[in-house]
Design a protein. Structure first.
Length: 411
């Protein structure tokens, strides 16, 4: 039934009037616990500040190191767009809260201004930091992460751009259509860009979205996990790319066209299941298995768990404050390891510290900023139960300390 509804819902037109799939969440009014939120803000600020500060001053290409693993080809042509798109995709929900008179609100205002200036300099042809959106295959990937950031923060990122910059940005996104995606999760990069073009211009290529979603439905392996192409890969790409992008592509189509009302609950149900699996992968010490590709993205491996928390669709048995505690533990283990940052504050290649051998041939300094995706719940206000709830031990910590914990169940 789920599969049939998914295919049925892939019609992009003619479906309107139904409410989106949501699940109510009861707010807890427990004492505020500022330390975790303060830590998250301090950490994400440390991560993205070098990128956004340099780019806002048109100095990113002049100052950002482009580290690669031994034997890898130069990534000078693509690493800067990687750094921008990946920094913004994680910080965007926090920026979308906007400025206010609090210390945090003023800090957000600073980063909103940095982000807007950075986007302007990245897409203005006369800028020294004008970025490559067409040469090679990689720009498709990071234009999609930039598009995802715009969808996550339409008011603060898109609407704060002047009309000329908006035009340049649309031109840049459209220019990526010359790049043919690989027959894998890359199909979602084309779909994400088209979803952003729909949202901000009203004009898009529906076929690119339809094809990407149909193929991923064909690649679904069961129990909340998609193949990366026809084959199953034991890695974190269901969280790095596949499910976060599917969620926001389908939601955008629903919001803008009134279509895909049958797909949305299916995509959400699978995402909720995989998020529950992700939470159980976090050890009592905040570590997680170093399996699969792209481990240099560090805590970005938990983007889906973070997004499900942000969108308030966590499993009923998974309290938001428990997810906060688990993600905080992962951040501390992965971002505080000695050598994670160089002396100038840029990220280095590694999984836990500086480990250049961890980087595949496509990994460079800009790639590493996908770790920002673990910080998505900063888009929830401080009063939300994710932040105000009393911290709860996560599943693995409860299991290994002799506490009761819920039995895991497949869908």
């Amino acid at each position: 039934m789920i599969r049939r509804n998914f295919i049925k819902g892939l019609s992009l037109f003619g479906i309107a009037g139904a409410a989106p799939y949501t699940r109510s969440v009861v707010s807890q009014r427990t004492p505020a616990i500022p330390n975790d939120r303060d830590y998250w803000i301090k950490t994400i600020s440390k991560i993205v500040s070098p990128v956004l500060t340099a780019l806002s001053q048109q100095k990113l290409k002049a100052t950002m190191p482009v580290e690669t693993s031994a034997g890898a080809q130069s990534r000078q042509q693509v690493s800067h767009l990687e750094a921008l798109g990946r920094s913004l995709t994680g910080i965007a929900p926090w920026l979308e809260l906007g400025e206010d008179t609090t210390a945090e609100g003023k800090e957000r205002k600073k980063f909103i201004d940095l982000a807007v200036s950075s986007i302007r300099n990245a897409v203005t042809p006369s800028s020294p930091d004008y970025m490559n959106f067409t040469e090679g295959a990689q720009p498709l990937v990071d234009a999609a992460f930039l598009a995802h950031a715009l969808i996550r923060a339409p008011r603060q990122l898109w609407r704060n751009l002047d009309a000329t910059t908006q035009k340049h940005l649309v031109t840049a996104l459209e220019s990526t259509r010359v790049i043919t995606p690989y027959y894998s999760n890359w199909l979602l990069f084309t779909a994400m860009i088209e979803a952003a073009l729909l949202k901000f211009t009203g004009h898009y290529d529906a076929v690119r979205i339809d094809y990407a979603l149909k193929q991923h439905e064909a690649w679904y392996k069961g129990d909340g996990i998609y193949g990366d192409g026809p084959d199953f890969h034991y890695d974190y790409y269901n969280s790095y790319v596949i499910q976060p992008m599917m969620l926001d592509i389908v939601r955008t189509i629903y919001q803008e066209k009134g279509a895909m009302k049958d797909i949305l609950p299916v995509v959400e149900k699978r995402a909720v299941r995989y998020a529950a699996i992700q939470e159980r992968l976090i050890s009592p010490e905040g570590t997680f298995p170093p399996v699969g590709r792209s481990l240099a993205y560090r805590c970005g491996a938990f983007q889906l768990l973070a997004q499900v928390a942000l969108q308030k669709i966590l499993p009923a048995a998974l309290p938001p404050a428990q997810v906060r505690a688990a993600l905080t533990a992962v951040m501390k283990r992965s971002m505080e390891a000695p050598g994670t940052f160089d002396k100038a504050g840029w990220l280095t290649i590694g999984f836990a510290g500086h480990q250049p051998e961890v980087g595949e041939h496509y990994i460079s300094t800009g790639s590493l900023y996908l770790c920002s995706a673990a910080f998505l719940p900063l888009g929830l206000p401080e009063s939300d139960e994710f932040w105000s709830g009393t911290a709860v031990d996560w599943t693995s910590k409860r299991a290994y300390s002799g506490q009761n914990f819920p039995i895991d169940k497949a869908i």
